[in-house]
Design a protein around this ligand. Sequence first.
Ligand code: AMP
Ligand code: GLC
Length: 486
Amino acid sequence: MELELWEKAHAEAFLNIKESLPKVRGMFVAYNSNIDAIKHITEGDIAKLIKLVDLNEIQQKVASYPREIQTPVDFLARLIIAMRDGKAAEVPTYTSDIHEWLMDNLVFDKARMGGQAGIISNHLVHLGIRKVITYVPWLSSEQAEYFSKSKNLVHPVIKDDVLLLKHPTEAYNPKFKPRVNWIIEFSKGMKVKYGCEQFEVPRDNRLIISSRPPWIRIDMPRKLYDQLPKLQEDVDGAILAGYQMIRENYEDGTTYHEYIGRAVNVIERLKEGNSDIRIHVEFTSISNKVIRKAILKDIVCRHVHSLGLDTVEVANALNVIGFEELAYSVIDKDEKAIVALYEGAVRLLHELKLERVHVHSLGFYICVISKDHPLGLEGHKKALLFASTLAATQASLGDIHSIDDVAKGLEVPVSRKGYEELEILGKYLVRRDICSMEEFEDGCISTPTHDVVIIPTKIVDDPVATVGIGDAISAGAFVAMLAEMK
Ligand code: AMP
Ligand code: GLC
């Protein structure tokens, strides 16, 4: 399909999904929301920060790759790595020291809703979804203010053993403190120099310093858990995220096994009495490999229907479930990386017994679907096209306040680079007799073991920010799919 036909397909899918979205009764969304302190860093800021610490130490840390941020040197090393590779990264910190150092040395530009579940809840409500039931285990009064003011956005509260649904600003626990993450956004073309090393940033992206205070738990009070099945009357799907916050060991002697078990129970509870509910997990970068593997093998596998992730996350996931070589090929600079990405998504679908794996990359999406999925491929394709327009809107405006804002994304052109990159995958699939060139160009492919939808997507040249775009894509495609299933 020529590029202009893909533009047309985007416009039609937007109108179609806009009409079908009101059919979705509602969505349950948990767990992670926080406040994002966003800073667009400049070359001058970097030079200033580097001067504050020992250059040799930075060089050593760049080589040793810290997986946790304890000191300003750890922070600068991970920032340099992220900028050098143009890759998104999220690194945990367990004390408030780095937050204070950043407050003293690098003031943030703006604070906004952060955390996958928080961002997704607001998006869904702004798209007009009738009921969004959001659940944050550490909902503080400050955090509550970052939720959309809509009455369609509610948080469960148990009062005198009765389940109530209230706006987050009426549901917070005054004892909780806010959780603030730092988002350091950097732009393509920036020049970074430290010692005799020098490079140019290849891609707009960001480093996230994720604050993990000891009181953070991926959990739910027993009474709420008991009443979860009641929520299904109002929801067609659930989007779950934030499992990366689970720790291997806790001070009270509990381990991750306990929290993984509870997370699975919540999913099972949501499914009780509503066999049609669809559960989507939004993956992310998870440094700890034990936790990453447990999330995939014990929570996602067999319990969840749909998984959303970016290319680096596909490699990270493959790496812990026994496909190391394929994982390396996914992040290789080689042009065959796109073939490995497709093969990797297929492995994830089968190994994790999923119904749907949606991979988003800069310029295209690949969605691998099980043969028994009730929705036809055209429906899945429309859902992805809608998500592409949503992402373009988010990248252009920084935020989406209503479904009509999304029309703005339609003005953004479909990426020629993404379109051309897909040709490599197309040739591979045709050579392997997996599909014909016509099928590939149409974007809908049916194979004996799985189906696939592949689309080129819209890319904004100069995005307002990159944080949260992946969440908009995954949530947008998932809710649009639910709408199409109605
Ligand atoms: P994540 O890394 O999960 O936040 O997802 C980032 C995704 O956002 C990428 O995979 C792209 O699909 C999308 N994206 C990033 N930058 C842009 C942009 N400038 N315009 C449109 N989409 C973008
Ligand atoms: C992660 C981060 C959060 C950010 C979000 C964007 O959840 O912890 O700070 O807002 O990703 O996707």
